[in-house]
Write a protein that binds this ligand. Structure first.
Ligand code: 3SK
Length: 512
């Protein structure tokens, strides 16, 4: 077993190499060099140890993107403990569930979320210490509260002697339907995503400045804002606020990132906004993940903002992106090809690899960053982690040019007239209509009880949805059995915390 600590790799390595004076992170309040960030991380690690945190023990963090969250994550790793950054978009009940499941004894919270945290702590009897990033009057019965400065001014410690395979990070995922489960990642997996997607696809360099709309608590966000920039001595720009198009555009103009990471819903919101067309002038590459990026969004974004979006797909279980387009060679509407170091296969329902081009099946991936399982979820782990292979739950086809196209979640495929229909194919057509901002297509039974495609459409601001006109619009470019039989106008689509459309909720709504 080789001694390796991911926090040492991301920070101390640069300081040892003479790059301690480079800028590591910029927040609205502060800018820290690598030497300053490393020193804070060593102190936070010491502070956690002083709270009694032991190697391999979980430390949960429910915090806004900022120095506290970044140094809390890296400090826990440095101490050999396991940071568990969790969504800030959940209720107290939901937070309580993952807190109890993780058996974390220490919870770090931003002042914004203390009400939810108090409810959560009441559901998690093992929590003994709560660390608050700012003074807060709320008291947490039965636990000791601490101020963040206690951690960040503690005596520094040396990195705990972890190995490549030691647990480094847990990330909770619910998919679009299920119960939250903690995907457990190794220290070496963090280096693996930096050396594969980060270096070989993004081509990240030490003069890059990374800005991610996806927050640090997502697998996508922690790669974009922490692992990739820090792996090469580049700079991470952190934004604590809610990512509205205006707020993000203002920050982008001020901080001039060179790499910008978003999700399709956010690119769509930017296009619907009136932010200036030169907002992204500093960006050499935009990236999209989380959901397939419709070709029409790719084209509109490039036409208006002059920046190419690199669409890829990853998963919390794979830690980051494993299938991606390549800079300068994007095939719009596809997810590109496997990232170097990863293999993908499309398999039929019996698990047999499908060689034929254009035949849909479920996507499996094999690579160096796969989680070693879900915490305390034996049956689900067996279903998802199959030997070297990870079952993604996504439905894909291989195209004649060797690229791959996502057809949606494997269980979201719908049958119309006995033929499989990919909701995303129908959605791509509807998105070409100038009145359509967002759309989700699901199956709903017609008056005879036969499933037919139904489209839920969010109109572009100031425009109205005309169902007959949209159905008529689909006559062109779509086989008739794929055409939606009904169009329902909605104000918004229900989404997961990562921005994925919750089709199971929409299915229920259109059936009612
Ligand atoms: O959903 C994705 O595409 C993704 C990408 C990178 C990391 C994590 C996720 C879930």
């Amino acid at each position: 077993m080789v001694g390796f600590n991911a926090a040492d790799y991301l920070l101390d390595r640069h300081v040892r190499g003479g790059d301690g004076g480079r800028t590591a992170v910029v927040t609205p309040a502060r800018t820290l060099t690598y030497a300053e960030l490393a020193d804070t991380v060593h102190r936070v690690a010491g502070g956690l140890a002083a709270l009694g945190v032991r190697p391999e023990e979980r430390v949960m963090l429910c915090m806004v993107d900022g120095l506290e969250l970044l140094t809390g994550i890296l400090g826990a790793m440095y101490a050999g403990a396991v940071p568990v950054p969790v969504s800030t978009m959940v209720t107290g009940q939901e937070l309580g569930k993952v807190l109890a499941d993780s058996r974390a004894r220490v919870l770090c919270v931003s002042a914004e979320f203390t009400t939810a945290a108090k409810e959560a702590v009441a559901l998690a009897p093992e929590v003994a210490e709560v660390v608050l990033d700012r003074a807060n009057p709320l008291d947490f019965p039965g636990v000791v509260t601490h101020d963040w400065s206690e951690l960040s001014t503690s005596d520094p410690v040396l990195p705990f002697d972890t190995w490549e395979d030691s647990p480094a990070l847990w990330l909770y995922t619910s998919g679009t339907t299920g119960e939250p489960k903690g995907a457990m990642h190794r220290h070496a997996s963090i280096r693996a995503v930096c050396e594969t997607y980060g270096r070989q696809v993004l081509g990240i360099r030490d003069d890059d400045r990374c800005f991610s709309v996806a927050k640090l608590f997502f697998a996508y966000g922690i790669g974009n804002s922490a692992f990739f920039p820090l792996s090469v001595g580049a700079c991470s720009v952190l934004e604590p606020g809610r990512p509205t198009p205006q707020a993000v555009a203002d920050r982008v103009r001020r901080e001039r990132p060179t790499l910008f990471f978003g999700v399709p819903t956010f690119y769509s919101a930017l296009l619907a906004s009136d932010v200036p067309d030169n907002t992204f002038y500093s960006v050499r590459q935009a990236v999209s993940a989380g959901e397939p990026l419709p070709a029409v969004l790719f084209e509109r974004f490039r036409a208006r903002f002059g920046v190419e979006i690199l669409d890829g797909i990853g998963s919390t279980e794979a830690l980051h992106i494993f299938l991606s387009n390549r800079p300068g060679a994007v095939v719009p509407g596809t997810t590109g090809t496997a990232v170097p170091g990863y293999d993908v296969e499309i398999r039929d329902t019996l698990g047999v690899p499908i060689e034929a081009i254009g035949e849909p099946g479920e996507l499996f991936v094999r690579g160096p960053s796969t989680a070693f399982g879900y915490w305390s979820r034996y049956e689900t782990s067996k279903r998802v982690f199959q030997g070297d292979w990870l079952r993604t739950g996504d439905s894909y086809v291989r195209n004649p040019d060797g690229t791959y196209t996502c057809l949606g979640r494997f269980n979201d495929m719908l049958k119309a007239g006995g033929i499989w229909v990919s909701p995303s194919e129908v959605e791509q057509r509807l998105l070409q209509h100038p009145d359509v901002a967002e759309v989700a297509v699901v199956a709903a039974p017609d008056e005879d009880g036969i499933d037919k495609p139904v489209a839920c459409v969010v109109p572009v601001a100031g425009r109205a949805v005309e169902p007959d006109a949209l159905i008529e619009f689909c006559r062109e470019g779509l086989a008739s059995f794929k055409r939606p039989r009904a169009v329902v106008a909605v104000h918004e689509l229900p989404k997961t915390a990562t921005g994925k459309i919750r089709r199971n909720v929409i299915r229920e709504q259109v059936r009612d």
